[in-house]
Ligand binder design. Sequence first.
Ligand code: ADP
Ligand code: ZN
Length: 726
Amino acid sequence: MNRIRLLVLNAALGPLDYRVPEGVHVEPGSVVVAPLGPRTVTGIVWDEGRLPGAEIDASKLRSIREVVDVPPLSQPLRRLIEWTADYYCAALASVARMVLSSGGALGGPTTMTEYRLSGGDAEGRLTAQRKRALEKLGGEQGTIRELAKIADVSDGVLRGMVGAGQIEPVTVAIDRPYPPADADHHQPVLSPDQMTVAQELVSAVEARKFAPFLLDGVTGSGKTETYFEPIAEAIRMGRQVLVLLPEIALTENFLTRFEQRFGTPPVQWHSSLKSTERRRAWRAIAEGPDGGGAQVIVGARSALFLPYANLGLIVVDEAHEISFKQDDGVRYNARDVSVMRARFEEIPVILASATPALESLHMANNGTYKKLVLPSRFGGAQLPEIKLVDLTIEKPAAGQWLSAPLIDGIKARLAAGEQSLLFLNRRGYAPLTLCRNCGHRFQCPNCSAWLVEHRLSARLACHHCGLETKPPETCPDCGEADCLVACGPGVERIADEVAELFPEARIAVATSDTLGSPERAAEFIAQAEAKAIDVIVGTQLVTKGFHFPELTLVGVVDADLGLEGGDLRAAERTYQQVAQVAGRAGRGAKPGEVLLQTRHPDAPVIAALADGDRDAFYAAETEARKDAGAPPFGRWAAIILSSEDEREARQAAARLGDNRPAHDDLYILGPAPAPLALLRNRYRYRFLVNARRSANLQSVLRDWVSAQSFPPGVRVAVDIDPYSFV
Ligand code: ADP
Ligand code: ZN
């Protein structure tokens, strides 16, 4: 190959052609650096004829500068990049960047300096900060910056300690090998149901063919234990496995179980990895499973685009979770892209869930996915009984949110030494704060959203843009002092209410604020398992994955919450969340009880939950979707236009609306101001497109949007199969 076409990692540029100097070897998938004007660009050598572009005269071609020392991206990965860009109406370069954006994986040094406490008793003054560092660092090793974070001191303090000999440098190889997993380290005894399912999955791994499975098993049925068997088989075959989890907070629990089963933890991939860990993981994944490469990778959705050398199986756990949908940049759904990756790699993929998405269930029912069922809990544990508490009858006291039956339930658990979990999907203390004197509502200056009071951190925070401010001492409107009133409950407020009712109870608030890092999640799990927590108050973060045998009561503080708002999948989401959180109760020997506080006991979702009638719920929801032409029977897409200038956004949206395509098989609603009309200082307008399955949705959207030119300040985002409607 002496003439190549590069997919460069810059969406503004499009494909570029280059010459390959004599004696330099490249092939499709090679990553190269090439000159562009006075600078250089990184690009991927693409298959001939698959990237459009004008032929440039050979004499004008410049030579590539360098071939990066990483294995070429495989053909299945190249096809996946193309498919993802095409399906989600995204730029190829943006998708390719997800593959290569790996914090220095592509170049840089191969060793680095880390630091750790030096062994001897070092001389030097011990300031309070140095003392703290000595106490907190323990056996930790890392860069100065990482250690500073762990010790909660400044970089300067640690540098001073290096000078004083209290901390010493160590040279480490960045790409050191991972210890191998042992497929037969600890073999559990599977139940007959688990065995049947495991055998089918093991055969699928052996067959090395595309095979999508829906593993539909009730909470506590041992789905993890069961899919560990095909993972073991892939390890034996010398192939790699990717396990996708929806939240970092779930990783910890998974790591422990994995290590018990396979003798070593899997390789992790998520956003809070150190950059050197990212480089090491990326390269080990690209090397393949032999000789210390990566065998099993557990990660967040971005792990889907890693350059696996020899992938043999993909598992998507809690596959119904909407956090698999990315809502910025390339707006893809990792669950759906997983199935496509499996198809290109010709391997099985397992979507595991106790509450599958209607879309997945539909695919299983029409035979596209094979459904495997685990109908009962492992070890004879019973699914908990779900009881409704009608809040119109059982009214909580004024300014309180817990009804008498729920309070009695917690009291009984405290007396018995058992645990309770209260679920409310709202972070912070109160969703709205106002001035008692003038009624001023605290709103985010950047977003059309209320600021949420967080008492634990003493902040008012915007949950959309991340803005945080100190609560003011006086009202900015009327100047009254000490005037803030909290309206409505968040988890912190529920925790306060429990603390007032039961001063002796040990209470933990579990949200992304308190369990944001793997370390903090691990600490929480350890405490809950050691029964050092009596009452957990948490958001959707605690609805899944966790297994606390002493937890026997789940209280859903506001079962109606999810049904409000414009989410077109609201009923399904509510059903899934409540069923999942209910699934945390009674997982051990003691039976569980679930109390749902609701103002709408007759709403179909709530009634189905109370009757434990999953099939009735899915059947009713299926009918409703069919009538609405909603997924999986029809398709949706959204177009969001935004600008810092309200008028510019409105006019661009109006013009796009005027040029809407006319097709029998799709309707276009909008433009309308988005429910979140201002986000991060940008004004937003939305279209919602509802298409029949017969419509060629993406191509219609691409033609429609590309036919119009937008002012430079306007951003246009296309969201295929959207989950968020704000
Ligand atoms: P699910 O993911 O389906 O909710 P888990 O995989 O978390 O269920 O399993 C629930 C509990 O039962 C876990 O503590 C797990 O270790 C245990 N368990 C499941 N299957 C087995 C088995 N075959 N042998 C021993 N323990 C098991
Ligand atoms: Zn904001």
